[in-house]
Design a protein around this ligand. Structure first.
Ligand code: SF4
Length: 301
């Protein structure tokens, strides 16, 4: 995607997020402007009336930028996510998630579908969960089993969950992208932007109290901010999934916390204590008590 168009699209997504925060979710594609009609007319040798020509001059003076560029962006996925979705109006999260999964289908929307994925890893857990963990993308084990966080990093995540006094089946776990990036590389921006609207819809359907972003890729995509982990961690964010609306208008959105990805903790176990601080912040908010006998792996002090 050309840089200018990419920039325009991001700016548009930011504006949409702003409107969402104001409670505005429905957008409609406007009729083409006269300038576009004129472009089309000149391209097809259709004569303009004097009246339409003078209107056209006024329009062009008011808008220095070619509106055709906006029309191009309107066709991109940034606008696709604003259209009504099959799960809107479905109160039951189980049914809503099923509709989202059906809508995803055998997805070929981004290039990851061509890069060796065995299957789509949609997400797993309790559709009524108060707590969601969101990672980056499936690895080899997840790709093979069709479930997020089942490899070594998954084992550590299970221990983290256990240390919080809850069970894996009580929460919901998903990733920013649902197909394995080859060689476990970091998912690229276009892949995240194409896939994450489905995650946003999952979050809006589940309506958790807390979302925990595991790692910088997850945090940056959920929050649409670019900052190092040292700045992202240790605080709460008010979070509403971008570009979608919940079937429950009374849902105020979730609180979002950022912590280290378990795969990073496997590489640098010294950071487990820091991760435990993040989880304790979440536990305090949710009123969770750690079990009497702490889990083996986390906390590490
Ligand atoms: S990563 Fe997401 S958008 Fe890309 S092919 Fe897989 S499911 Fe589709």
């Amino acid at each position: 995607m050309p840089l200018a168009l990419d920039h325009l699209r991001r700016a548009l997504a930011e504006r949409v997020r702003f409107y969402n925060e104001l409670g505005i979710y429905d957008f409609y594609q406007r009729e083409p402007r006269l300038s576009e009609v004129a472009e089309h007319a000149s391209a097809t040798d259709v004569a303009l009336t004097p009246e339409s020509e003078s209107q056209l001059e006024v329009r062009e003076e008011m808008s220095a930028r070619k509106s055709a560029a906006v029309q191009t962006v309107a066709g991109e996925s940034a606008f696709e996510i604003l259209q009504p979705k099959p799960e809107y109006g479905v109160a039951d999260p189980v049914a809503a998630l099923k509709l989202i999964r059906e809508d995803l289908g055998d997805c070929t929307r981004c290039k990851l579908h061509l890069q060796g994925r065995k299957q789509i890893v949609f997400g797993v857990g309790n559709p009524h969960a108060e707590l969601m963990f969101v990672g980056e993308g499936p690895g080899a084990d997840e790709d093979a089993q069709g479930e997020p966080f089942v490899g070594r990093a998954g084992q550590l995540l299970n221990n983290m969950i256990k240390a919080m006094g809850i069970r894996r089946e009580d929460i919901y776990i998903a990733n920013i992208v649902k197909c394995r990036p080859p060689g476990n590389r970091t998912p690229e921006r276009d892949e995240c932007e194409t896939c994450s609207p489905f995650l946003m819809r999952q979050i809006a359907a589940i309506k958790p109290k807390v979302v925990v972003a595991l790692g910088a890729v997850s945090a940056k995509n959920l929050l649409a901010i670019n900052a190092p982990m040292s700045e992202l961690r240790g605080r709460w964010y008010d979070f509403k999934p971008a570009g979608v609306r919940s079937n429950d208008p009374s849902w105020p959105g979730a609180r979002l916390a950022v912590t280290y990805h378990p795969a990073f903790l496997l590489r640098d176990p010294r950071q487990k204590g820091e991760a435990w601080k993040d989880l304790q912040m979440v536990m305090k908010y949710l009123g969770l008590e750690p079990p009497k006998k702490p889990a083996d792996e986390v906390p590490a002090k």
